[in-house]
Design a binder for this molecule. Structure first.
Ligand code: ADP
Ligand code: MG
Length: 887
């Protein structure tokens, strides 16, 4: 019988380890939570538990090697030259990886009489600090976010190491979730006290200002901007993390990193996580990448343009002037189709300079990254020239002019790179052929020497044929032995037995190897040539590496200008793409006002309309919406499937698009600049969070009542649907009143409760709208158009029929409905005599308000446990009942 495994294996120690394994233990001790990629020659090896985890995650063979403390050592490995793809898979699976490199050659170690080559962890690869193309999403930023609670604020600093972007903000702690939803960071650093699941536990540093100043080599941060101490603390955390993860990076490693730019939450449209989810801005809950707003509106031709667009849609502005400046840029490019076409043609295929620069500065670059800078800057110049001759006489708007100016950086390394780089580049830095002939005289000379030696080999082959009397002699290169003369078997045997008289001296054959079909020889002349040749090749590749380093330095010296040009290209791509989109779809420039306007004519849902067009399932029906003063609240009724949710979302999306700086899919749009946007459309059970639909709905409604104001826009879908009819109606009723009287925000409120339409007579700013449907031969036909008024009936049974509910059930439901309607006749629960209308007063606060409302308003949803929340609902309900009874 096999012995059972030890249930409590003793932790492994380095005791008695071989020299290499002892090194492994030392490196692992510094990075216990990372898989250790341990370089051994051409492979990265993993040992012990790391090997077991990686073999499983990568689906590669687990083997054993040697013994440690009486146990076989589990091991697996990946080839060093292709380790990136394995890294990518591990990072995506949530692992962190420490790269332990060999810091010297085995010869150097031998010379030092060291038992093993020196190894060091040179880099910690984590989801928020990757820079390799294969590990990044081209069109999405990869944020590393640091969070530092200081005093009453929460400092946030986020940076994208792959492009150098770096920003900070000091927020109220309650806004953390909105920030996480906005950035979708790849990795979060936070102190344990914040209790953020998945975050890398990091302490808030004490001397943050000094650390940040040191990282940028300045003595004070005054020139950088105004920061809250919490912002600096977070920035220091992020920078410290880079220092630990990017140890191996050489001088200039962070040359591409921008200084931390304080954002201030002023000037940004506030949207919480629920709103972003409901509007499907950067990704759709279901469906592919086209089914979200970004997917539907992205016409960018470069990855950097798409990244900028994603960032803008995730973070629209809330100040009129910068929004109008962006619209000016789109309008100018819309009015200049030829210029736009020319610019987009040049932009297409422009390499990602920002990411290439990041890899150069982190010293993790390939020859193509140098080419990316050369080609990117060359194309930037072409575009700057095009923008210098705008179509027509109109001057280009300031935003584009500023970008155009940044397209010609000073100094400009492009001409030098153009001269230096070979036409077709090898993939790896170690390969020969990066530098073009004619750029460096010394390199050319070394290469000539190397190539001459090749010619000499050919000449020597002729000489040896004569000297050895073998016509079929061939000189071939072998990985292991260098150059050898190969003879057919018979000729080889003969040469071994009796060599001809000329085969002496430098030409005396030296036997190397006998194979089935031939014999290999060398001789003094061949060996000498071989040596000269490999020396020349070595010398040439050393020289080439030196020049490549020089080109890197050249680029880093121009880093700020290159980064600026890359940013400008992204901006121009984004603006031209927005203009293209507007031209294609007949989108209009929204008029942005400082009043709480919202008037849309012929509006379309950008995603649903595009999907309909693709599937040819019919045309999207455009709809108007007017929430301007006097009719701020629109109460929308209509049966299921009539298009209510689509209408709600499309109007909320207009705010996102307009304030991100894009045009909108409508004939005309006038939008008052919005400070906060709330969208509650579509049920989303927070099952993981342990909250029911209704619970979630109430918490989210409470957030709106607490935070929305007169400059906000709210779209609410079927509030109160998740509970018993009367509860639901009561809550919907109270919420609607509160939005009308207290919050005073622009609102579209979709509901199944037709009873609510009775409020129209009571709330002066409430207008009624309904989705039109038509009955045709007993079937319901959805017209998808919004009309004034109220739905006549709910068509629930028709929709049930469409959905395939069995006929017998439908028939029975018809009977029940008829009897319910009979009973309800003469009982109008919402007539003026009934107590629900005894609402406090139509005047805004401070009039005494309904106790249920006061309770709702006082809610802080973020602080409620599920149990407390449920109790709150019961409490609300008694308050409602109490109010009804009292009146
Ligand atoms: P509701 O919320 O009223 O149940 P939805 O907004 O979910 O209805 O819309 C149901 C379906 O109707 C959508 O999937 C969409 O395909 C279609 N639809 C909605 N609005 C329009 C429109 N304006 N034009 C054409 N089709 C529409
Ligand atoms: Mg709906």
């Amino acid at each position: 019988m096999d012995s059972l495994p030890d249930p409590n294996p003793r932790p492994l120690t380095a005791e008695g380890a071989s020299p290499a394994i002892a090194q492994w233990f030392a490196a692992k001790a510094g990075h216990p939570d990372a898989l250790l990629f341990f370089r051994m020659g051409d492979f990265f090896e993993l040992f012990f538990a790391d090997a077991e985890a990686a073999a499983e995650a990568l689906d590669i063979a687990l083997t054993y090697r040697g013994e440690h403390q009486g146990q076989k050592i589990p091991m697996c490995g990946v080839p060093a030259h292709s380790h990136e793809s394995y890294l990518a898979r591990l990072i995506r699976r949530g692992f962190r990886v420490a790269i332990c490199e060999q810091m010297e050659t085995p010869e150097e170690a031998k010379r030092r009489k060291a038992p093993a080559v020196r190894r060091e962890v040179v880099r910690l690869v984590t989801p928020g600090t990757v820079t390799e193309e294969t590990l990044l999403e081209a069109a999405r930023p990869a944020w590393l976010l640091a969070l530092a609670p200081v005093e009453e604020r929460l400092g946030a600093a986020w940076l994208d190491l792959s492009t150098g972007a770096f920003e900070t903000e000091a927020l109220a702690r309650a806004d953390l979730h909105a920030l996480l939803a906005r950035l979708e960071p790849s990795e979060v650093l936070a102190p344990a006290a914040l209790g953020l699941a998945g975050a890398v536990e990091t302490a808030v540093p004490r001397d943050a200002t000094r650390r940040v100043a040191e990282a940028y080599g300045v003595s004070t941060l005054e020139g950088f901007g105004e920061y809250h101490p919490a912002e600096i603390a977070a920035a220091a955390m992020a920078l410290d993390y880079l220092k630990t993860t990017q140890k191996g990076a050489q001088s200039g490693a962070l040359a591409h990193l921008s200084r931390p730019v304080p954002r201030g939450s002023q000037g940004v449209l506030q949207m919480d996580a629920a709103t972003r989810r409901s509007l499907e801005i950067l990704r759709a809950e279901r469906g592919g990448s086209r089914d979200c707003l970004l997917g539907a509106v992205d016409r960018c031709v470069t990855a950097a343009g798409s990244r900028l667009l994603a960032a803008r849609l995730a973070c629209p502005l809330a100040d009129g002037d910068p929004i109008r400046a962006r619209h000016d840029a789109v309008a100018a490019l819309l009015a200049a189709p030829a210029l736009r076409g020319a610019i987009r043609a040049v932009l297409k295929g422009t390499p990602d300079m920002a990411r290439a620069l990041a890899r150069l500065s982190l010293d993790r670059f390939a020859p193509r990254d140098l080419a990316a800078i050369r080609d990117g800057l060359t194309r930037a110049t072409t575009i700057a020239e095009a923008l210098g001759h705008p179509e027509g006489q109109a001057a280009i708007p300031p935003l584009l002019a500023r970008s155009a100016a940044a397209l010609r950086p000073e100094p400009d390394p492009a001409p030098e790179l153009a001269r230096a780089l070979a036409e077709s580049l090898p993939a790896r830095l170690d390969d020969a052929g990066i530098i073009a002939p004619g750029y460096d005289g010394q390199l050319d000379a070394l290469r000539r020497l190397r190539d001459d030696a090749r010619g000499a080999i050919a000449a020597l082959q002729l000489d040896l044929c004569q000297a050895w009397g073998v016509a079929a002699l061939k000189i071939r290169h072998h990985q292991q032995f260098g150059y050898l003369a190969e003879l057919p078997a018979a000729a080889g045997e003969k040469l071994l037995r009796d060599a001809p008289p000329k085969a002496t001296g430098d030409f005396a054959p030296i036997h190397r190897q006998t194979m089935a079909n031939g014999v290999r020889f060398t001789c003094a002349a061949l060996a000498g040539l071989d040596r000269r040749l490999s020396e020349a090749a070595d010398e040439a590749s050393r020289r080439e590496r030196l020049i490549t380093r020089h080109l890197r330095t050249l680029c880093l010296g121009a880093a700020a200008g290159i980064a600026g040009a890359a940013e400008a290209l992204a901006e121009i791509d984004m603006q031209a793409a927005s203009a293209e989109l507007a031209a294609d779809g007949g989108w209009c420039r929204p008029e942005m006002t400082e009043r709480p306007d919202f008037a849309i004519t012929g509006g379309r849902h950008p995603v649903v309309a595009a999907a309909l067009a693709r599937s040819r399932a019919g045309a999207f029906v455009p709809n108007d919406c007017d929430l301007s003063a006097g009719q701020r609240i629109c109460l929308l009724t209509g049966p299921n499937m009539a298009g209510k949710s689509t209408f709600l979302r499309q109007n909320a999306l207009f705010v996102v698009l307009a304030q991100a700086g894009l045009f909108v899919p409508a004939e005309r749009a006038r939008i008052g600049v919005t400070d906060r946007l709330f969208s509650r459309v579509g049920a989303s059970d927070d099952l993981a969070g342990g909250r029911s639909t209704f619970m979630v709905e109430m918490a989210e409604t409470a957030a709106i009542l607490n935070l929305a104001g007169p400059r906000s826009l709210v779209v609410l879908d079927e509030v109160g649907r998740g509970t018993a009819t009367w509860d639901g109606l009561a809550i919907a009723w109270a919420v609607l009143e509160a939005l009308h009287d207290r919050t005073r925000c622009r609102t579209i409120f979709a509901t199944h409760f037709h009873e609510l339409t009775a409020l129209a007579g009571k709330l002066p700013e409430l207008s009624l709208a309904t989705m039109r449907v038509r009955e045709w031969r007993g079937e319901v036909v959805f017209l998808h158009s919004v009309a004034p008024g109220t739905a006549e009936r709910s068509w629930g049974l028709h929709v049930a029929k469409l959905a395939g509910v069995p006929r017998a059930v439908l028939a029975r439901a018809g009977q029940v409905l008829a009897s319910l309607e009979e009973r309800a006749r003469g009982l109008d629960p919402l007539s003026d005599e009934l107590p629900l209308f005894a609402r406090p007063s139509a005047a805004p606060a401070p009039s005494p308000e309904h106790p249920a409302l006061a309770a709702l308003a006082a809610l802080d949803p973020d602080r409620l446990s599920p149990r407390e929340a449920q109790e709150m609902i019961y409490h609300l309900r008694t308050l409602m009942d109490g109010a009804v009874n009292r009146a």
